[in-house]
Write a protein of this length. Structure first.
Length: 532
C-alpha cells in the first residue's frame, strides 16, 4: 500500500501522457508518412536512415537521396547521425517501417519528460507541482509535434533532461557515479544536437568559478569538491563533440558541401529590413508554437519576479536560470537567420521554461509556503495547463489534417491561419501526395532505386526523392536563370529519367526537348525517359 501511495504520481504522470498524446491525435499520425511543417527536414533525416539501411550500415559514410554535384550523395548533418543509424538498425531487425522512427523519438521524449518529472519532484517534494512542470513542456507545440516526428531535436533535449536528473542526484549526494552518468547523457545530448549543450555550459562555468574560488554555490561545501576528478570528464564531452563537428565539416567539404549547415548564421550578416522581417516572423509565428502565448507571458512575468526577489532565491538555481537565459539569447543572435522559418531551432531553448518554473517554485516552497501548498493555486495552474494542451492539440491536429475533429471545430485558431492550413493540405494532395505510393509503379517500369532521376518541381533536397526512394536531383541548387542547362548538367551526372508532379510544366517551352519519350503516368505524376 505504501509503495502504491508513493508511486501514485508516477502512475498518474504516464496515464496523463497517454491521454494528452491521444488529444494530439498521435494514434492517427503514427502511420502517416513525413508530412506538414518542415517536411523538408523530416525527409532529410529519413533519407540518411534509409540509405544506412539499404547501403551497408557504414556509420562514417552518411548519404542522402539527393546526389549532389559529386553524384554520390555523401553528406553529413551537423549532428552525429547515431539516431538515424540506430533506427536503420531497428529496420534491419523489424523491417523498414517509418512508424518505428516515430516510436523511437516519442519513447526518448517520454523518458526525458519522466526524468524532468522526477527531477522536479526531488527538488520540490510535491507531486502535483512536478506533474505541472513536466506536462507543461509537453503542451509546447514544437515539442509535442517534433517529439512524434523524425527530427533529432526533441531527443537531444530529452537526453539533457535525463542528464539534469542525474546531476541533481550528484548535487544532492556528491556521488561521483551520478556525475559520470550525467556527463554521459550530456554527451549524447550534444552529439544529437549541439544546441542541447545550452544547459551544460552553466555547469562547466559553475565548476570553473568554484575551482578558482571566485564564487561558492553551497553554504558549507563545494559542489565539485575535487576538481581534478571532474575536469577530465568535462573535457571528454567537449573533445568528442568538437571531434565530430570537425569530421562533419571535413566530410562535407570532401563530398557534398552546402546541403546541411555546419556554421552559424548570425544577425550581423543581415541588413535592417531582413532583421525586421525575421523578428516579425519570430514573434508572430515561431514564439506562439514555442509556448502558448498566455503561458509565455506568464513565464516571463515569473522571470521578472525572480529578479525582484533574487536575494531569497536559491543561488545555484538562479545562477542556472540567468546563465541559460544568456545562452539562449546568444544562441538566437548566432543563428538569427534561421528563425524566419525554422521553428525547430527553438526546441532546445525550451530548457529555460522548466528551469524558470523550478526556480520560482523552489522560492515559494522556502519563502511563501502558503502559496506553494495552496490547492487553489494548484488548480489555477492545472487549468492553465489544460488550456495550453488544448491550444497545442489544435495546432498539431491542424498541421496534419484540417479534417481531424479537434482541428475542424476549434476556438483557438483564427480564420487566417485555419485557411492557410486548409490551403497547404489541399496543395499537398494535388502535388506531392502521389509520391508516397509511387515506388512500386516506378519499379514496374524498370526504374531501379539507383537510377538517377530529375524530380521537378521540388525546391527541397529530398522530399520527392525520399518519398519514392529514388536517387537523383530536384530543383534544389539549380540555376533558375537557365533551367534547361540545369537539366543537362544533371544528365551529365547520370540522370536517366525526368519526373514531373505538376502537369502544367509540360507547356513550358524550355522543357519541351526533354519530353519526347513519355514512359508512364501515376496520378498527377508524369515520367519521361531522358536517355534518347
Amino acid at each position: 500500500m505504501k509503495s502504491i501511495q508513493r508511486n501514485k504520481w508516477t502512475y498518474l504522470f504516464f496515464i496523463l501522457l497517454l491521454l494528452i498524446g491521444y488529444a494530439y491525435s498521435y494514434q492517427l499520425i503514427l502511420f502517416r508518412r513525413p508530412f506538414s511543417v518542415h517536411q523538408w527536414r523530416q525527409c532529410d533525416c529519413l533519407s540518411i536512415a534509409l540509405n544506412y539501411y539499404k547501403e551497408g550500415m557504414h556509420f562514417f559514410s552518411p548519404t542522402i537521396h539527393w546526389s549532389g554535384p559529386n553524384g554520390d550523395g555523401k553528406t553529413c548533418t551537423s549532428e552525429c547521425p547515431w539516431l538515424y543509424y540506430f533506427v536503420a538498425l531497428l529496420w534491419k531487425i523489424f523491417g523498414y517501417h517509418e512508424f518505428i522512427f516515430r516510436l523511437v523519438n516519442i519513447s526518448i521524449a517520454f523518458t526525458g519528460l519522466y526524468a524532468l518529472f522526477c527531477l522536479s519532484k526531488n527538488i520540490l517534494k510535491d507531486g502535483a507541482w512536478a506533474l505541472l512542470v513536466s506536462l507543461l513542456l509537453f503542451s509546447s507545440t514544437i515539442f509535442a509535434y517534433y517529439a512524434y516526428n523524425f527530427l533529432a531535436d526533441t531527443s537531444a533535449l530529452s537526453f539533457a533532461f535525463i542528464a539534469w536528473f542525474f546531476f541533481q542526484k550528484f548535487y544532492s549526494g556528491g556521488k561521483m557515479r551520478f556525475f559520470t552518468i550525467s556527463m554521459f547523457f550530456f554527451l549524447i545530448a550534444g552529439l544529437t544536437k549541439i544546441s542541447a549543450l545550452i544547459s551544460f555550459a552553466p555547469i562547466f562555468l559553475a565548476f570553473v568559478l568554484e575551482s578558482l574560488n571566485i564564487y561558492k554555490f553551497k553554504t558549507n561545501e563545494k559542489i565539485f569538491s575535487k576538481p581534478l576528478h571532474y575536469i577530465f570528464q568535462f573535457l571528454a564531452v567537449f573533445c568528442i563533440i568538437y571531434g565530430w563537428t570537425i569530421f562533419a565539416i571535413h566530410y562535407n567539404n570532401a563530398h557534398v558541401g552546402g546541403a546541411f549547415s555546419t556554421s552559424i548564421l548570425p544577425i550581423w550578416e543581415t541588413h535592417s529590413l531582413q532583421n525586421y522581417t525575421i523578428l516579425n516572423q519570430l514573434f508572430t509565428e515561431q514564439l506562439p508554437v514555442y509556448l502558448a502565448p498566455f503561458l509565455l507571458i506568464g513565464v516571463l512575468l515569473i522571470l521578472v519576479v525572480l529578479f525582484l526577489v533574487y536575494k531569497s532565491v536559491s543561488r545555484f538555481l538562479l545562477f542556472l536560470t540567468c546563465t541559460v537565459l544568456m545562452a539562449c539569447i546568444a544562441y538566437i543572435i548566432l543563428w538569427f537567420q534561421v528563425f524566419y522559418v525554422h521553428d525547430y531551432y527553438l526546441i532546445n531553448l525550451l530548457i529555460l521554461v522548466p528551469l524558470i518554473l523550478l526556480t520560482f517554485l523552489d522560492y515559494l516552497k522556502k519563502k511563501q509556503v502558503e502559496i506553494f501548498i495552496s490547492v487553489k493555486v494548484k488548480v489555477i495552474g492545472f487549468i492553465a495547463l489544460l488550456l495550453s494542451i488544448y491550444y497545442c492539440s489544435v495546432q498539431i491536429n491542424m498541421r496534419y489534417s484540417p479534417d481531424y475533429p479537434v482541428a475542424e471545430y476549434n476556438i483557438a485558431m483564427d480564420g487566417m491561419h485555419q485557411g492557410y492550413w486548409n490551403y497547404m493540405d489541399a496543395s499537398y494532395k494535388q502535388g506531392f501526395q502521389a509520391f508516397e505510393t509511387i515506388t512500386p509503379y516506378l519499379r514496374s517500369l524498370g526504374i531501379k532505386r539507383e537510377d538517377k532521376v530529375i524530380s521537378i518541381p521540388d525546391q527541397s533536397i529530398n522530399i520527392s526523392l525520399y518519398l519514392m526512394d529514388q536517387k537523383g536531383y530536384t530543383d534544389y541548387g539549380q540555376d533558375e536563370s537557365n533551367n534547361q542547362m540545369s537539366i543537362k548538367k544533371c544528365m551529365e551526372l547520370g540522370a536517366k529519367y525526368l519526373i514531373i508532379n505538376d502537369t502544367s510544366f509540360i507547356s513550358k517551352e524550355w522543357l519541351s526537348p526533354f519530353l519526347t519519350k513519355k514512359i508512364g503516368r501515376y496520378k498527377n505524376i508524369l515520367i519521361y525517359d531522358l536517355r534518347n
